[in-house]
Design a protein around this ligand. Structure first.
Ligand code: SF4
Length: 312
């Protein structure tokens, strides 16, 4: 960074030769969301989650749907200390905080403080991220993360490098590390027609996830034109076709961003629906939460087996 300039993320500034973070604790939005909106379908289904948004991003996806906060630092913010964030969640009767909307990892110093404050109060940390982070920092943040939804935007190093400004290898490493560290993990791919919807590329993603675990949920999200990308939106029928193909590799493939979508989660033992979803309306009557050996565990109400695919 030149003296006085910021880095590509927009939130780190060279002041007199020292890298500073003037946006520490500056929140662009704080809202209570359904956890399904992150999207997380297999972690505390039906819960509300305090969702904190930031400014800036280390990528520059030309179809970004949050570009007004990811590609600019001009939007209004307010200060929110880590302790205030944890207290706000508890005051709302909420036991989970999401770091989300643009790219939280460019605020890693704040995230580490906030996640520690949350953990000390029994609040779960949810990271929603592009996963472009070096290994050493990844280990620090994932040690404090309970659940994550990571974007895997493409399986082409060229698309990551030239079109998005990221690094596919770093994202694959981040996802692998998150899985190995025991973080509850779900993956999202925005299906952009003509950019990442080829069968070979999508087979590459489902094959990579299958090798980690075929039980990792994969969310296929419909794109619509935004920011600098004006290709026609993803068709619902095309998205469903991609989902059907991916289900040969993965047990839980969901479609998103489609009006009237239904996405149920079947029991891995007997196939009865554990969770029924109609948009953000969630019915969890297909399972019951019980304490087992000091841990909260969901059990299928039809076959009475524990269902480890849904994490508390
Ligand atoms: S990584 Fe996410 S927030 Fe950042 S530019 Fe891409 S879509 Fe936008």
């Amino acid at each position: 960074m030149r003296p006085g300039a910021s880095g590509r993320c927009g939130v780190r500034v060279n002041r007199n030769g020292v890298g500073t973070i003037p946006f520490y604790g500056r929140i662009s939005s704080a809202a209570m969301d359904p956890i399904e909106k992150k999207p997380l379908y297999h972690f505390r289904p039906g819960a509300s989650i305090l969702s904190l948004g930031f400014l800036g991003c280390n990528l520059f996806c030309p179809f970004c749907q949050n570009w007004y906060i990811s590609q600019s630092t001009q939007a209004d913010t307010r200060s929110f200390s880590p302790e205030e964030a944890a207290s706000a969640a508890l005051a709302a009767g909420c036991s989970q905080i999401a770091y989300t909307y643009s790219e939280p990892l460019v605020h890693i110093e704040y995230l580490l403080d906030c996640m520690k404050a949350a953990r000390e109060r029994g609040i779960a940390n949810v990271l929603v991220s592009n996963g472009c982070l070096q290994k050493e920092a990844a280990a620090d943040i994932l040690a404090l993360t309970d659940a994550a939804n990571i974007d895997l935007k493409s399986f082409s190093p060229d698309t990551y490098g030239r079109t998005l400004g990221g690094d596919l290898a770093a994202v694959l490493d981040f996802i692998t590390l998150a899985y190995r560290m025991g973080v509850h993990l779900e993956i999202t791919t925005l299906i952009v027609p003509g950019l990442n919807d080829g069968e070979t590329e999508l087979d590459g993603i489902s094959g990579f996830l299958k090798e980690l675990s075929p039980l990792i949920p994969w969310h296929l999200s419909a794109y619509h034109p935004d920011y600098r990308w004006d290709a026609p939106p993803t068709e619902a029928s095309g998205l469903e076709k991609i989902a059907r193909r991916a289900r040969k590799d993965l047990s839980y493939v969901y479609t998103g961003n489609i009006p009237g979508e239904t996405n149920d989660t079947p029991c891995p033992h007997c196939g009865s629906p554990l969770v029924r979803r109609r948009g953000y309306s969630v019915n969890t009557n297909g399972m019951v939460l019980k304490e087992h050996q000091g841990k909260n565990t969901y059990y299928c109400t039809a076959c009475a087996q524990p269902v480890p695919v849904i994490r508390y």
